[in-house]
Design a protein around this ligand. Structure first.
Ligand SMILES: Cc1cc2nc3c(=O)[nH]c(=O)nc-3n(C[C@H](O)[C@H](O)[C@H](O)COP(=O)(O)O)c2cc1C
Length: 204
């Protein structure tokens, strides 16, 4: 059974990234009967920030953890299992101060786990979350896919770096950009993203 992990991170009721990601996940599901969508609304249900207990606990083998440390990594363990079980991951975020929503960053901090999603070897780190396709839906006021503001796009290079570190390199970004350039530009950007979603779904 194929699993689609849907991670939405916008806290905004009028989010422009969320509905596009939800639509993509639903379309992928309907193209693959029997597949499931596992949804994490990271804004509505924020994950715990990593803390002293957590950072200490993940450095120990599971059997050496205290009950308190085991409890501190429980959610992270669940998130790691969801990630490892997923065949496709749909992530949505706005560009927020040139990077991703902090709710999504917290998800990343919870799933980057040595020994589970990556490992250190003599020849360097190796990602363990392999064989997955990722779609990133990125909404932004400005235009960052190309042009003069592209170097300020820290969201996509960051996601590619950290997901690549976990072994995930097949990543497509669907830009919903130029939203601050007036209603016409916004409508055009949304239509372009919807068209790409349709194309992806038809090819799935
Ligand atoms: C706090 C905040 C910071 C933002 N920072 C940027 C930014 O750095 N660059 C940009 O182009 N747009 C920026 N925006 C605009 C958002 O990217 C845009 O509203 C986008 O639609 C947000 O995603 P969402 O609709 O899914 O919530 C910012 C918006 C907010 C609320």
């Amino acid at each position: 059974m194929s699993s689609i992990l849907l991670l939405t991170s916008s806290p905004r009721a009028e989010s422009l990234s969320t509905p596009i990601a939800v639509d993509l996940a639903e379309k992928l599901k309907s193209q693959n009967p029997g597949s499931v969508v596992v949804r994490r609304d990271l804004a509505a249900n924020p994950l715990p920030h990593i803390d002293d207990l957590f950072t200490g606990a993940i450095r120990k083998p599971a059997e050496a953890r205290t009950a308190e440390e085991t409890a501190a990594v429980k959610t992270s363990d669940e998130l790691v299992n969801e990630l490892l079980a997923a065949d496709t991951i749909v992530i949505s975020t706005g560009l927020i101060n040139f990077n991703i929503y902090s709710s999504l960053k917290t998800w990343i901090d919870n799933v980057a786990r040595a020994g589970l999603t990556f490992k250190y070897t003599e020849s360097g780190p190796v990602g363990l979350a392999t064989g997955k396709k990722v779609y990133v839906v990125l909404a932004s006021g400005g235009v960052y896919s190309q042009g003069p503001a592209a170097p300020l796009n820290h969201a996509v290079p960051y996601l590619k770096s950290v997901l690549g570190f976990l072994g995930i390199s097949d990543i497509e970004t669907i830009y919903v950009e130029g939203l601050a350039f007036g209603p016409e530009a916004a409508e055009k950007a949304i239509d372009a993203a919807k068209s790409r979603v349709q194309e992806i779904a038809l090819a799935a």
